[in-house]
Design a protein around this ligand. Structure first.
Ligand SMILES: Cc1cc2nc3c(=O)[nH]c(=O)nc-3n(C[C@H](O)[C@H](O)[C@H](O)COP(=O)(O)OP(=O)(O)OC[C@H]3O[C@@H](n4cnc5c(N)ncnc54)[C@H](O)[C@@H]3O)c2cc1C
Length: 335
């Protein structure tokens, strides 16, 4: 692993020093070929889960991607064929679910976590036929999920320079908040922090995984096993469409965090803590409100003067979109 690092020290106490991750080693115009080495359903409910999500591992040996990526980055997939305008398909990004040392310890096998995009067709543009309800299959996710071991895939990347673990992970504690396939980078990060060559970290790690149904939890057994082994690693689940203990109507990730304030409040208020949020677009807004409600906005959020004067519980999504920026202690990857 040859990624370079900043020699700088943090200017603001608590701010992480991030490694300088390499990007675009492989450009979309000249993608490299990887080979599938593993593909399996990774939902707790297997075939009974509501969504279809696969753990897919790809051998990138002999390409610049081998040893060239860092945990938290993404890679691009260029699906074969042409789109409906006759142009080659655009690349799609997938989060790396492996640690920096890869699935193989050498950074040559990189995994991701892919959800099949599958739905009945819905109008997307004003002139789309509202009566058209044929099956809609996302191009890249279904291409990837159909592949078998030995099949080839065109790849680019890596991409991303902010959603990274700090150079010295022991300087921080971690709150990882995921929905759905947003768990991918956290699988890699937790592996890196607890199973890396440097030995397990003693930093505190809290991972909250949110899914609609319990059967949709991803890598659940892996995280439970790790939590049983490492007392500093805590694995939480927030199920939104099923009743659970203490949440009779189900709950989203931010609601889970709010309900367990005694666990999360001290972490939010500690200058050691970094917050990472990955998953469905919009999940960050509930998290912003929760952090502010815990009196910890200063560490993670940069608010406009207008918002500072308003009770966070009344913040609207529009206000938050326009008037909140995040500090370097808050890492966000939503799609
Ligand atoms: C940084 C980043 C990281 C990501 N990481 C992951 C990851 O780890 N795992 C993962 O699974 N995904 C990830 N994604 C999302 C991924 O890039 C793709 O967007 C996703 O897999 C869908 O791609 P697709 O080619 O299958 O679907 P597409 O063929 O691109 O179809 C999706 C598009 O089709 C349209 N559409 C959707 N539903 C319907 C409908 N019912 N009727 C008509 N049209 C519809 C919408 O315009 C939608 O944008 C990530 C995205 C980003 C930006």
């Amino acid at each position: 692993m040859s990624a370079e690092t900043h020699a700088a020290v943090p200017i603001v106490p608590g701010e992480p020093v991030l490694p300088e991750a390499r990007m675009h080693l492989v450009r979309p115009k000249e993608p490299v070929t990887g080979r599938i080495v593993e593909t399996r359903l990774c939902t707790l409910g297997g075939r009974k889960a509501a969504g279809i999500v696969r753990h897919i591992a790809i051998d990138v040996s002999g390409t610049p991607l081998a040893g060239g990526f860092r945990v938290g980055q993404s890679f691009g997939v260029v699906p074969p064929g042409l789109d409906d305008r006759g142009k080659p398909h655009a690349l799609r990004l997938y989060s790396i679910a492996s640690p920096t040392f890869g699935e193989d310890g050498e950074g040559r096998i990189v995994a991701t976590t892919v959800k099949r995009t599958i739905a009945e067709r819905e109008p997307q543009k004003p002139d789309d036929d509202p009566a058209d309800h044929r099956l809609f299959l996302g191009v890249a996710s279904n291409f990837l999920c159909d592949l078998k071991p030995g099949d080839e895939v065109k790849l680019t990347g890596p991409q991303g320079k902010r959603f990274l673990l700090p150079v010295d992970p022991s300087m921080h504690d971690y709150i990882f908040l995921a929905t759905g396939t947003g768990i991918a980078p956290f699988r890699g990060m937790v592996k890196e922090l607890l199973e890396g060559p440097a030995g397990p970290t003693s930093s505190r790690i809290h991972l909250v995984m949110g899914t609609p149904y319990r059967t949709d939890l991803l890598y659940d057994e892996y995280f439970r096993t790790l939590a049983a082994k490492h007392p500093n690693f805590h694995y939480h689940t927030a199920i939104s469409r099923e009743p659970g203990e203490g949440a009779p109507r189900g709950e989203y990730v931010d609601q889970y965090v709010a309900r367990h304030g005694s666990v999360f409040r001290p972490l939010f208020r500690s200058p050691r803590t970094l917050v990472y949020v990955c998953g469905i677009l919009g999940m960050q807004f509930g998290v912003y409100k929760e952090i502010a409600a815990e009196g910890a906005a200063d560490g993670f959020l940069i608010l406009s003067d207008e918002l500072k004067a308003v009770d966070p519980r009344t913040w609207t999504t529009e206000q938050m979109k326009r008037q909140i920026r995040t500090t370097h202690r808050f890492m966000l990857e939503v799609y």
